[in-house]
Ligand binder design. Structure first.
Ligand code: AMP
Length: 332
């Protein structure tokens, strides 16, 4: 019998039957696709790639794919380009494993609907129940924490390769805010410890994750010259389409500076507000982070959701911004 760290065993105990069913499903299907949420972050991409790599490493005869939108800066620096699968591929039976996303609307490729069998593994609040198997634990700092815990608790001797472990580590570091958020637990560190045993190169991973270019400093300079702080210590900056063009950045890049305000005395929460001109859904995207208080309730009031200390929301017009900041101010 392989030895599993007692903390990792305990964490996955409530799901142990489902973990057995996940392994059976992986063994049963020769065609597998791993899905995750739209506009992916470190956790979405890291968990997706980590799991796909683990399946390929341990079941080399299976056809395993990853689908969804590529990231403006993480692809191909941190993660490979996603697979492009024709419609015809989805006509034959396949298994869909969907990670790091709670609501169906946010799944990055709608063709998950065509899967014969669906597995959901997530750490967002379980507001929508779906999937033939659903493993949801909102206490986890990252979706990768749940997935790696499940893989380690599976019966059998499976390898956790350096590549798979590196992806999972990026996911864990990303969604725990480098082990800073209150969701970080002894289990989070136990999982990090297991990943490190796969000989991942820590300093290389961090350098790659947080790599910046000289031009990025100009964006930072703009934000430092134009941010606002509300009466109750909510810091925020607004990047409209014109300034994004001037700074030569995308909407997604605009939010990457949000944590500039993370360790500032008197600042309780901090947000980026970036205009998205996409004609499909023109809006202002908001990334919200918080020192202590849970901000996901406010995010849910403004068309979003997420975690206690890191959430996303959106408003249709900039006129709604004062209402949004006032809702955050109410918390403090
Ligand atoms: P972001 O600010 O976009 O990096 O998002 C922070 C966190 O909130 C991530 O874990 C997202 O998955 C989550 N999140 C963002 N937008 C939403 C949404 N509309 N519904 C649920 N969760 C979200």
């Amino acid at each position: 019998m392989k030895k599993v760290d007692p903390i990792i065993k305990e964490f996955s105990k409530p799901f142990i039957k489902d973990i057995g069913r996940v392994l059976s499903a992986i063994k049963r299907y020769d065609r597998i696709v791993v899905f995750r949420h739209l506009m992916p972050d470190y956790d979405a991409l890291g968990t997706q790639m980590g799991l796909a790599t683990w399946i390929k490493d341990n079941f080399p005869n299976k056809e395993v794919h990853v689908v969804g939108d590529n990231h403006v800066t993480f692809t191909p620096r941190l993660f490979p380009v996603m697979d492009e699968l024709p419609e015809s591929w989805f006509k034959e039976p396949f298994l869909a494993i969907i990670v790091d996303v709670g609501n169906e609307k946010r799944i990055a490729d709608p063709r998950f609907k065509k899967a014969k069998f669906k597995i959901k593994i997530d750490h967002h609040p379980d507001v929508e129940h779906w999937g033939n198997i659903s493993i949801v634990n909102t206490a986890a700092a990252a979706a990768s924490e749940i997935v790696v815990s499940a893989l380690l608790n599976m019966k059998g001797n499976y390898v956790l390769s350096k590549d798979a472990a590196s992806y999972f580590y990026i996911a864990l570091v990303g969604d725990s805010g480098r082990f800073q958020y209150s969701s970080t637990s002894a289990h989070t560190f136990a999982i990090a410890g297991e990943l490190i045993k796969s000989n991942i190169e820590l300093s290389k991973i961090y350098q790659n994750m947080y790599l910046k270019k000289i031009d990025d400093l100009k964006v930072t300079a703009y934000i430092l010259n134009h941010f606002h702080v509300s009466e109750k210590g909510v810091a925020y900056y607004v990047l409209d389409s014109n300034i994004q063009k001037e700074l030569n950045i995308t909407t997604e890049r605009g939010k990457e500076n949000v944590n500039l305000f993370s360790n500032i005395e008197g600042i309780n929460a901090w947000c980026s507000i970036t205009q998205d001109d996409n004609p499909k859904e023109p809006c202002w995207r908001i990334s919200i982070r918080s020192k202590e208080k849970a901000i996901n309730g406010v995010a849910a009031m403004f068309g979003g959701g997420g975690h206690a200390q890191a959430s996303g929301a959106k408003i249709d017009t900039i006129d709604e911004l004062p209402k949004f900041i006032a809702a955050l101010d109410e918390l403090f």
